[in-house]
Design a protein around this ligand. Sequence first.
Ligand SMILES: Nc1ncnc2c1ncn2[C@@H]1O[C@H](COP(=O)(O)OP(=O)(O)OP(=O)(O)O)[C@@H](O)[C@H]1O
Ligand SMILES: [Mg+2]
Length: 235
Amino acid sequence: MIRTSGLVAGYGKLKVLFNVNFSADAGRITVVVGPNGAGKTTLLNSIMGLATIHDGRVLFQDQDITGWPPHKTSKLGLSYVPQMGNVFSNLTVEENLRVAGYLLDRDRFLDRLALVYEMFPVLKSFRYRRAGTLSGGERRMLAIGMGLMKEPKAMLLDEITTDLAPILVKKVLEKVVELRDQLRLTVVLVEQYAIRALQIAERAYLLVSGVVRYEGNPQDLLSHREFSKLYLGIS
Ligand SMILES: Nc1ncnc2c1ncn2[C@@H]1O[C@H](COP(=O)(O)OP(=O)(O)OP(=O)(O)O)[C@@H](O)[C@H]1O
Ligand SMILES: [Mg+2]
């Protein structure tokens, strides 16, 4: 569903990704792992239209979207949950969801809101609370909920479990599985410490210094002697 071929991308003149061939299949979870500065966020930015493409192609459902700006890629059905600063602290939970769904007419907005509240009951019970008062885990749920308000076909999730306690990591990843299994969404999940994420995924990529070092089965990456030790913290 999402594909890059020979992608060279960065910011302005700077090149961060080199000849990246990436693909995420429809209705599957694809995980991208790699150390700080490897270019994981830049890969998502390149797909969404937030990075400079120097060479190569970005395809969405076989349509060439290379260099399309973010407002166009999101209209196609791509929804991005960015790594940081993704909720408005001064707005209530429901106001955040309203902002995220501003393009929808009233009926579709209410349908989506109901879906988000059904999937995240905690957001419903906190609908009138300011987002700034939510816990870290609740905030990640809100960020995913905001992504869902855009009626996406595919969601790009950037480090949504970072800094969460293990129990919350588990909860958030269970929601990611629901996105796949109940909503049939295509998911690209970027994670730095990714053992759990790899366990729920169908496909994995390891990015190091802007280059794909591994692509394939997540289980094989988990049991890869060198990579799992160097990049996944498995000894
Ligand atoms: N907006 C930007 N302008 C210039 N350089 C940037 C920008 N964003 C990122 N970079 C640089 O691009 C490189 C890759 O960054 P990127 O954010 O893609 O890495 P990452 O794999 O997501 O890392 P992390 O795990 O820390 O989030 C880094 O060297 C970073 O400094
Ligand atoms: Mg990043």
